[in-house]
Design a protein around this ligand. Sequence first.
Ligand SMILES: CC(C)(COP(=O)(O)OP(=O)(O)OC[C@H]1O[C@@H](n2cnc3c(N)ncnc32)[C@H](O)[C@@H]1OP(=O)(O)O)[C@@H](O)C(=O)NCCC(=O)NCCS
Length: 203
Amino acid sequence: MTDATFRKDSDRDSTLLSTVPLAAYVLQGLFHNLYGIVKFIPSPIGDFLRLGVMRLFGARVKFSWIRDGLTVYYPWRLEIGRNCWINEYCHFNAYGGIKIGNHVLMGHRVSVMSDDHVWEDADKPILTQGRVAAETVIEDDVFIGANVFIGKGVRIGRGSIVGAGSVVIKSVEPNSIVAGNPAKLIRYRNPPPSLPLKGGGDV
Ligand SMILES: CC(C)(COP(=O)(O)OP(=O)(O)OC[C@H]1O[C@@H](n2cnc3c(N)ncnc32)[C@H](O)[C@@H]1OP(=O)(O)O)[C@@H](O)C(=O)NCCC(=O)NCCS
């Protein structure tokens, strides 16, 4: 923060527009304004309204319970299957795409990312260096504990459990129980869930 340019409004504007394509920026703004109206409406009515606004902006969401306070960026790159429970105050940044399967249970305040900042050039502000994107996938029947962070490009295999407060930056094999920062395997689930999952599954 020693560089004075960080504090100039004119520089802030130009960096914003150069790192975010204009159409996406405008669409994102429209989405935020409309979604903001329904973002904190309590469940269950709020769940339906949030689902509807996300769909209006291109999210492919089947019927799932979307609790209040969920923040979504780039809803048109977000996919959520059926009968998921997304608890309060989660955060999805779908810049690189986020795919969530069926019957996924997510505790409160879970962050799911699909991009990261580029920071290789130490002589330039990080904000001007663009972003690197990779799709993040959470397969069917995954249970994610509260306050978990899931980094870009991670795939969490079907039937897995992620312990509360974990930081997941590497993919997780199906039917694993992982926890910690960084998340490590505790053990595999025993017995493994039957295939195919009752109620269907395709992620
Ligand atoms: C991950 C979890 C499912 C494991 O439960 P469990 O099988 O009963 O695990 P145990 O208590 O036997 O712990 C096994 C080991 O994992 C560790 N561990 C368990 N949960 C952990 C967590 N969240 N973070 C870090 N380590 C964890 C334990 O310390 C223990 O380590 P040790 O063998 O070195 O002593 C559970 O701890 C958890 O985090 N559940 C999520 C709860 C939640 O967020 N609910 C939200 C409701 S929607």
